[in-house]
Write a protein that binds this ligand. Sequence first.
Ligand SMILES: Nc1ncnc2c1ncn2[C@@H]1O[C@H](COP(=O)(O)OP(=O)(O)OP(=O)(O)O)[C@@H](O)[C@H]1O
Length: 331
Amino acid sequence: MIEATELTKRYGGRTAVDALTFRVRPGRVTGFLGPNGAGKSTTMRLVLGLDTATSGTATVCGGPYRRLGAPLRSVGALLDAKGVHGGRSAYGHLAALAASNGIPRGRVAEVLDLVGLPPATARRRTKGFSLGMGQRLGLAAALIGDPEVLILDEPVNGLDTEGIRWVRDLMRSLAAEGRTVFLSSHLMSEMELTADHLVVIGRGRLLADTPMRDFLAAGPARAGAHTLVRTPEPERMRELLEERGATVRLDARGGWRVVGPGASAIGDLARDHGVAVHELTPELSSLEEVYTELARSSVEYGTGGANGDGGAASARSRTRTRTTVGKGHVR
Ligand SMILES: Nc1ncnc2c1ncn2[C@@H]1O[C@H](COP(=O)(O)OP(=O)(O)OP(=O)(O)O)[C@@H](O)[C@H]1O
């Protein structure tokens, strides 16, 4: 479990993390979303004790990271895959980590195998590693202590399609084992497939803390939720729908993409007017569509924060932001 309570970090006049309160629970993958500069890396660094909070607290496995007895055995992190001494081999890097954390040396070969770094590659200096290889080494380092909690900043950065799918399966299996998995990514389609739960921030402030399913279902109509309608009488159907205020567009796959009435209302309408319907499919918004809409509206309504004004705009915007609702909802 990771817990942030009123976590705040200011750098001079800039508020990077603004009174963030959320919990990342075990047994599921929690995605951490936010635009560039939203404060994701800073939050992760605060949780990992790599930076000190201005106010508020961050705990992991029940206490502050710095108080963990054998940190790598409790928490595995990947923040910057390039943070490895280039003159060392991958094997040497992992062996040093193991030795300094009381982890048996045999675990090095295990994690190298787990992340798909062959022994010959592992003996080479990391200086010549590709981004993807460096990323696999970073994941090996995060996993070496068989930790209960994983904190990963952009773990699929630089990986090819096969690598991305591999990280997805790995994250899901680690969560299924009951571990806490917290990861950030800008790849929305990938996050949609990987995460069960989302924590979304904007300008350092919490925008949503909600199951993925609910986040997608709560997407406003203009974020992409629609019903796909196929009928042998398209013009008649369109007429009926538009008379009732629906927005009707041609879908790229053929048929009408209808925004407004839901599938059951469209079905009833067709029946009442004797129009045949061959397909009626409600389609949820994609994560990218809902997220983009949320980010847009949060800017419109102002979440304030990381703007270099010492948080004054943040304080102002708090009074302007739409009604915020409790945990488990989109704010
Ligand atoms: N050490 C620092 N000194 C000063 N400002 C910082 C420092 N670290 C982060 N910031 C600022 O804090 C804000 C949040 O940055 P952070 O890197 O946490 O965002 P992020 O959400 O991880 O962004 P990205 O998606 O681009 O990685 C930014 O405005 C950034 O410039």
